[in-house]
Write a protein that binds this ligand. Structure first.
Ligand SMILES: *Cc1c(COP(=O)(O)O)cnc(C)c1O
Length: 401
């Protein structure tokens, strides 16, 4: 008899994160496979017409179509729900941006007002600045690092607050509990893009947020292979609001990609611990270098929002923002002199990657807008990987010369 309790939810809730990451949500088929199987199928067959009817009207459990759900996607949704403290349900999607878009569009309508911190991942900024206004929504971008700014920006028609913390690429840290308190008082939904901190390093739902979004493309895959995304929150929000939107608009995740992420999650805690210890050591080495103008890493005491970071993060993530004197020319020269670290705008990969936000991910902003939010011409964003930290520091020091 094959042990079939692999998907026993009550049992899984008592497990530590490392155990959940290896076993949470696993469903075994009649063959008793050890590793999770890939169900690379679009449709399902029913033994009779009555069963088809009862699955469609929701009376019987079971799958109907992979645009909705399939066993591999289901395993990933359950594992992510178990991993995210405070989450009751999850919906996985084809990319992080599909998840961000659905977290807003599944419930907002014309006339609604959204507030966002002014530093955001480029595509999140595009959705809020360009797409939402086209559908009759108003969007305010504020300096969310100022505690009073949130209350001041609230309007009677405010329906959602969207934040990223740490924010990409400046690594501003926003006080989630403080913002959640204001949102709660105004009955406004707080959506947190938790990608830069990562699951485990920060638990927005426990701090009062309503919804968390991830790009599984980043640390969850962690090896730069697949695109994917996820929305987590209450059972009612996911089931009643997100699922109908997701099912009928079609941003479905490929079961193959879901399977890759399931396998990667088995090493998630191990990898994140190394990402974080490497990043802290690299941040310290950069800060000690005379040619580095400034270094932002949430858990460096010199970070302007260090106290907030200490309060809400139990790991600093793997992202560092740093600047050199001499603007774009000096930054390009440093990047071109690196022999190990790759120039790439991706992040959360086992390979260390560096990018120049002003000319790539945030190039659509004017120079004034970039400078206003702290993206200087000499600033670079480094995603610290899993290489030996001494090799990473040597590469940077050598390139700084
Ligand atoms: C990468 C990223 C996204 C988008 O995720 P994709 O999987 O690339 O669509 C959104 N927000 C942040 C902060 C990201 O780093």
């Amino acid at each position: 008899m094959v042990k079939r309790n692999a998907d026993n939810k009550t049992l899984a809730q008592s497990w530590h994160p490392e155990t959940v990451q290896v076993r949470g949500g696993t469903k075994r088929s009649e063959f008793g496979e050890t590793s999770e199987a890939i169900f690379l199928n679009s449709g399902f067959c029913y033994d009779n017409a009555e069963i088809a009817e009862s699955r469609f009207n929701g009376e019987a459990p079971g799958y109907v179509y992979s645009r909705y759900l399939n066993p591999t996607l289901d395993m990933l949704e359950q594992r992510l729900t178990l991993m995210e403290e405070g989450a009751e349900a999850c919906c996985v999607m084809g990319s992080g941006m599909a998840a961000v878009f659905a977290s807003l569009m599944s419930h907002l309508r014309a006339g609604d007002h959204i507030i966002a911190h002014r530093v955001l991942f480029g595509s999140c900024h595009y959705i809020l600045a360009e797409i939402c206004p086209r559908f009759g929504m108003e969007v305010s971008f504020i300096d969310g690092t100022q505690p009073n700014a949130w209350e001041e920006a609230m309007r009677p028609n405010t329906k959602a607050v969207f934040i990223e913390t740490p924010a990409n690429p400046t690594l501003d840290v926003l006080d989630i509990a403080h913002i959640a308190g204001i949102c709660n008082a105004h009955q406004v939904m707080l959506i947190v893009d938790n990608i830069l901190a990562g699951n485990g390093a920060q638990a927005p739902l426990l701090l009062g947020a309503d919804v968390v979004v991830y790009s599984t493309t980043k640390h969850m895959d962690g090896q730069g292979r697949t695109l994917g995304g996820a929305i987590l929150g209450s059972e009612s929000f996911i089931k009643e609001t997100v699922l109908p939107f997701h099912r009928h608009t079609g941003p479905a995740l490929s079961p193959f990609n879901a399977w890759v992420v399931l396998k990667s999650l088995e090493t998630y805690s191990l990898r994140m611990a190394r990402h974080q210890s490497n990043a802290l050591a690299v941040a310290n080495a950069l800060e000690a270098h005379p040619d580095v103008a400034h270094v932002h890493y949430p858990l460096l005491p010199s970070h302007p929002h260090y106290d907030v970071a200490r309060k809400q993060m139990n790991g600093g993530g793997n992202m560092i923002a740093f600047s050199v004197q001499g603007g774009k020319k000096a930054a390009f020269s440093l990047m071109n002199n690196l022999q190990l670290i790759d120039i790439s705008n991706n992040l959360g990969d086992s390979k260390s990657l560096i990018t120049h936000p002003a000319t790539t991910t945030h190039a659509t902003l004017t120079t004034e807008a970039q400078e206003a939010i702290g993206i200087g011409a000499g600033m670079m964003r480094l995603s610290v990987g899993l290489e030996h930290v001494d090799d990473l520091i040597a590469d940077l020091i050598n390139a700084l010369r």
